[in-house]
Ligand binder design. Structure first.
Ligand SMILES: NC(=O)c1ccc[n+]([C@@H]2O[C@H](COP(=O)([O-])OP(=O)(O)OC[C@H]3O[C@@H](n4cnc5c(N)ncnc54)[C@H](OP(=O)(O)O)[C@@H]3O)[C@@H](O)[C@H]2O)c1
Length: 482
């Protein structure tokens, strides 16, 4: 049996697990135990990275014995059945007080289920969202752990050493109990979908509106990256647009098939939002835009459908580019506002005490949506923790009032030109819906009462009412049947 000498272990030696293990090993004070189902992978990692001083095991029993107590192991294996299999193995060799961390991309409801089952053994279970891809895992990811306060007391100091650092603060915080960490990671990914789609629409509008080349648009994005839009996604967009395909000499973006894939976390965000009744329209449009792009048969069949009959031209290219920049900023504010609405609703539903400002803080580094802009979100929630909609915080209200004219011009232009802008347009509609004095929902409720006796409330009286539509059309008091 191995002697207990490692303070942390990692299970799963594919790209994420091995990089995270190397990250852990590179930090002062850590000795890292490693284990993988197929032992050959463990051996390869040990021989490739001798400097890490890994304590390698070929059985789960040996792995458990190599860890000091409380034993702490981070699972980085294929999400789903793989994670369940490893948890089952670990619960047979770990003891009460030990800590199992699932660092994979689990659905938060699976994490809630697993936490409940593992807790019954006395072992702590922590679902931790880890963002930043393989480079993040190696150099410093943004980490969103859930689980108990007891587990956080042991795990927190270790995770702080390996997380990304933004403005001298580690990008990790105890998000909340059981599935809170994976829930917040899911929202992070949903916002990422919206952000990427908005950037793609901005590129498309500029390209088709001004005729600029991808390389010229790359320069525009590089410029934008110096201002309020400064973010990792804007930065990498410029890199992708500047890339020339070695084979054809064409811009790479022109030789990539225009069908975007998805791993499912965006869809989870939208499915969960539907259950919670939260309108995350920007995220939903981003998910649907990827689905539409990936329907070649439908797109081919529809390709001869008529577009606008009048020609659309941009007279002042610089002014148009600036309008698009402002529309992007305004729409981005809406996407984040909607994402945080979902966090608030999830926290309420699952009884998590999630500090919104802290979430914005840990997204400033290591993760895909890292951006300067997140500081403004932290400030908004620090100033008013009960903020009902991010977009109503003074800073964001001010930003939207300065950009909304441009935003409207861009959405009008897109419609006139026949250029799809689902995320730009839906964000603007959401904004106008939110600020409307009266919504046509009154008519919808009237329709519901007509065909289903679903009742309505009046603006001028307490109570619930129903009109006898198929009778004399008089109004009666009724029981609410929403
Ligand atoms: N790749 C990314 O950018 C990224 C970013 C964030 C989060 N994640 C998440 O991180 C986790 C790891 O990702 P990855 O890309 O490194 O690896 P992966 O391809 O998702 O999974 C491969 C690993 O899972 C193990 N595994 C699969 N089924 C197993 C089972 N039934 N029992 C035991 N082990 C099993 C494999 O062991 P064998 O070698 O024995 O087959 C291997 O170590 C995933 O949950 C993923 O969603 C990935």
């Amino acid at each position: 049996m191995a002697q207990a000498q490692a303070n942390i272990g990692v299970i799963g030696m594919a790209v994420m697990g091995s990089n995270l293990a190397r990250n852990l090993a590179s930090r002062e004070g850590n000795t890292v135990a490693i284990y993988n189902r197929s032992a050959d992978k463990t051996r390869t990692v040990v021989s490739e990275f001798p400097e890490a001083g890994f304590v390698a095991s070929e059985t789960i029993e040996e792995f458990a014995a190599s860890l000091t107590k409380p034993r702490t192991a981070i699972i980085m294996v294929k999400a789903g059945a793989g994670t369940d299999a490893v948890i089952n193995q670990l619960t047979t060799v770990f003891e009460p007080g030990d800590i199992i961390v699932d660092g994979g991309n689990a659905l938060f409801t699976d994490t809630i289920r697993r936490e409940k089952a593992v807790r019954e053994t006395g072992i702590n279970f922590v679902g931790a969202g880890i963002s930043g891809g393989e480079e993040g895992a190696l150099k410093g990811p943004s980490i969103m752990p859930g689980g108990s306060a007891e587990a956080w007391a042991t795990l927190g100091p270790i995770l702080k050493t390996i997380a990304a650092v933004a403005e001298d603060e580690p990008c990790v915080t105890h998000v909340g109990t059981d599935g809170a960490g994976h829930f917040v990671k899911m929202i992070h990914n949903g916002i990422e979908y919206a952000d990427m789609q908005l950037i793609a629409e901005a590129y498309d509008l500029i390209r088709r509106g001004t005729g600029k080349s991808p390389a010229e648009i790359a320069d525009i994005f590089t410029e934008w990256n110096k201002g309020e839009l400064e973010s990792y996604l804007i930065e990498i967009t410029a890199e992708v647009l500047r890339q020339v395909d070695a084979k054809t000499g064409q811009p790479l973006v022109d030789v990539i098939v225009d069908q975007a894939g998805a791993k499912g976390t965006g869809a989870w965000t939208v499915q969960t939002a539907l259950d919670l009744g939260i309108p995350v329209s920007g995220i939903a449009e981003a998910v649907f835009a990827r689905s539409l792009s990936s329907k070649p048969a439908q797109r081919a069949a529809a390709s001869s459908l008529p577009g606008p009959t009048s020609k659309w031209t941009v007279d002042d290219a610089d002014a148009f580019v600036e309008d698009v920049r402002q529309a992007l900023y305004a729409s981005k504010i809406i996407a984040y506002s909607q994402g945080f609405d979902e966090i608030v609703a999830g926290a309420e539903q699952y009884d998590w005490d999630i500090k919104k400002g802290d979430i914005a803080k840990i997204w400033r580094g290591g993760c895909i949506i890292r951006a300067q802009f997140l500081n403004r979100i932290t400030e908004a929630y620090d100033e008013n923790p009960g903020l009902v909609a991010l977009v109503t915080a003074p800073y964001f209200t001010d930003a939207v009032s300065q950009t909304q004219d441009a935003w409207r011009r861009v959405v009008v232009a897109a419609a006139q030109a026949g250029i799809p802008s689902p995320a730009f347009s839906s964000s603007l509609s959401y904004y106008d819906g939110l600020r409307a004095d009266r919504l046509p929902a009154a008519l919808v409720q009237g329709q519901r009462d007509f065909f289903g006796a679903h009742t309505y409330r009046r603006v001028d009286a307490e109570g619930t009412f129903h009109t006898l539509w198929s009778g004399d059309r008089s109004e009666i008091e009724a029981t609410d049947t929403h």
